[in-house]
Every structure is written in C-alpha cells, then in structure tokens.
Design a protein around this ligand. Structure first.
Ligand SMILES: [Fe+2]
Length: 328
C-alpha cells in the first residue's frame, strides 16, 4: 500500500472532544472528574476549557515561535543539540524523528521542527536563542501547562499517594512547528506519523495555522488524529477553540498502571499547500530511577528490558525510546 492509498482510506470522521470547564475541574466536581476520566480512559484525550491566563500566554508564545522560525537556518542551527557533548535533544531540532509505518518500514518526519527545553528553566542545560525572546513566553506558557497536567494526573490517580510514582522535577517542553508541505502530502500525508508519546503523560495545545503570514482556521484535512484503544481507525480531534488545553496518556502511564489506562496513539495530518502549523507540548516522566515491575502488554516491547514482571527503570525506557525513534 502506498502513502496515497493509505491517506485515501482515512475517513474524514471527526471525534467530538470531551471538554471540561476549568472551574468545574478545580472544584473537583464529581460529574466533571467522571467525564474527564471517561474521556481519558476511553478516548485517550480530553480538553479543559478556560484556564485563566491561557489565551494571553498562547498569543505571546505563537508570536515568538513564529519570529524564531523566521530566522535564517544557520542562526537556528546554532541552537541544535550538541550530541558529541552528550546532549540528546535540548534546543533546536529539525526532522530528527522517525516513525514506523504499518508495513514495518520507517519514515522520517522531515517537515517537523522542534525546540526543546526543560521546565522549570534549567540554566545548566536549556539553550535559548539570543535573537528572539523565545524563553519568556515558552516558560510562562509551559508553567501553566505543567501545573494543569500535574493536576489532571492526580485527578485520575496516575501519580500521587498510593501510586508509588513521583513526577520528575524536570518536564520537557517542546515547541512544534510544521513547515509548509508544498505537494509532499501525496508522498507522505503526515506531518507526524502515528506514534505514542513514551513518557507518563502529555499536555498540549490546539494548533495555530498560518498562510502567507495570516492566521487561518484549521483546514479540514489537517490536524491531530487519535486512534482510540482497540479501534481500527484514527479520528480527527476537533479542537479549534484556542481556550483549550489538551491532555493525552503516554506509554509509561500505561506501563505503571498495568494497562489500567492506555497510551494515546496519535498522528498529525498535513495541510495542503503553503499552510504552516504551530503548537506546544509538554511531557512528563517520573523520577528517572523509578523502578516498576509492570505486567502491561507493553512489557513485550524490547525497550522494556527484562519483559513482563521484571524490574525496569524509567531511565531505561526513556533512553531506549530515544534510541529507537531518533534519526542518528
Ligand atoms: Fe506525540
């Protein structure tokens, strides 16, 4: 099956996103928490609407993300990770991730551009551009996302008392910029191939799209698509309301819960032509030396060294995931 045929088979089905009002969530209203849990456990994704300050922080962040993206390539490349020094990923990264197609072959997401930094800010590790103030809006928006995601994880008992799982002090923030596809959608219909995030949990934002410097609505064919656990098809997530924060489950969340909650499989479909896409994601992992003895089906994956019931640290899972999906 070629890429064109594969794209044609994807039905234009839109999944209604379950959205919880922020006020109901912070009051921990039982009906709201129940809805949140049902959405995350069954659909793999949920939104919270109306987080105070979000809209303003997003606007500043998108502006600086666009300003950074507009810099010459040689300037941006000064902020690429120094892998010879041992930096795995922090800073500017272009087309460095690969995903496995259903037929087993690998595809590189060559139009996906990232800027990674730890949150809270880590002066020893994070690299920030001098030409554009990306740092301030990235950290301000990232902090808001970081707190909300932590509260959602607590609300679904993925972390906190009794779970034995403590969040790592450092979270990973990621600016995502998807470049114009200019016809390449026929060869590869995805800006980002189907995958699961490998950490515990992810907070993300509805994406902003631009055409010739002007913001445009999300095109029908483009956006975040999710496949519910056990489902055959991916469904588009309709999230055009910018006052939303979105939450997804990572593979380590599935491992620590022994399949009690399933990781969210997702991919990003390209927009046709000259449209660009911006968003932000924030990833959570436990303290790196956390040891689990999972009975999840994911223990069959070679990244979980030792197999079902064996002890495996988050650090092992994390490094093995990078080694599998990073283009060397
Ligand atoms: Fe992802």
């Amino acid at each position: 099956m070629n890429w064109k045929t594969a794209a044609a088979l994807v039905p234009a089905v839109v999944n209604a996103l379950t959205t919880i009002p922020y006020e109901a969530f912070v009051r921990r209203e039982p009906a709201a928490i129940e809805m949140l849990k049902t959405a995350l456990f069954e659909q793999g994704i949920v939104g919270i609407k109306g987080v105070p300050g979000l809209a303003c922080h997003v606007e500043q962040y998108i502006e600086s993300a666009r300003a950074f993206s507009a810099l010459p390539e040689e300037v941006k490349n000064q902020y690429a990770p120094n892998r010879e020094r041992g930096d795995l990923f922090l800073g500017y990264e272009e087309g460095k991730e690969r995903f496995q197609r259903p037929d087993g072959t690998w595809a590189i997401d060559d139009l996906k551009v990232s800027y990674y930094a730890f949150l809270p800010d880590s002066p020893c590790c994070n690299r920030w551009p001098e030409e554009v103030d990306l740092k301030t809006p990235f950290l301000e928006l990232g902090s808001l996302m970081m707190e909300m995601g932590k509260e959602v994880m607590e609300a679904i008992d993925l972390i906190g008392s009794g779970t034995g799982i403590e969040l790592s002090e450092s979270k990973v923030g990621r600016l995502l910029y998807y470049r114009k596809s200019e016809g390449s959608e026929e060869k590869n219909p995805y800006w980002c191939g189907a995958h699961f995030d490998h950490g515990l949990f992810t907070t993300l934002l509805p994406a902003h799209y631009f055409l010739d410097g002007r913001e445009v609505p999300e095109p029908e064919e483009a956006g975040l698509f999710v496949r519910q656990a056990g489902a055959k098809e991916f469904h588009k997530i309709e999230a055009s309301d910018f006052d939303l924060m979105l939450f997804q489950v990572g593979e380590f969340g599935q491992l620590v819960s022994n399949d009690g909650i399933k990781a969210t499989e997702h991919r990003v479909h390209k927009a046709k032509g000259e449209i660009e896409r911006y968003t932000m994601a924030l990833f959570y992992g436990p303290v790196p030396d956390t040891v689990i003895r999972s009975t999840s089906i994911l223990t069959n994956d070679a990244r979980y060294e030792g197999g079902m019931g064996a002890a495996c640290t988050y650090q092992t899972w994390h490094v093995n995931s990078f080694n599998r999906y990073l283009v060397k």
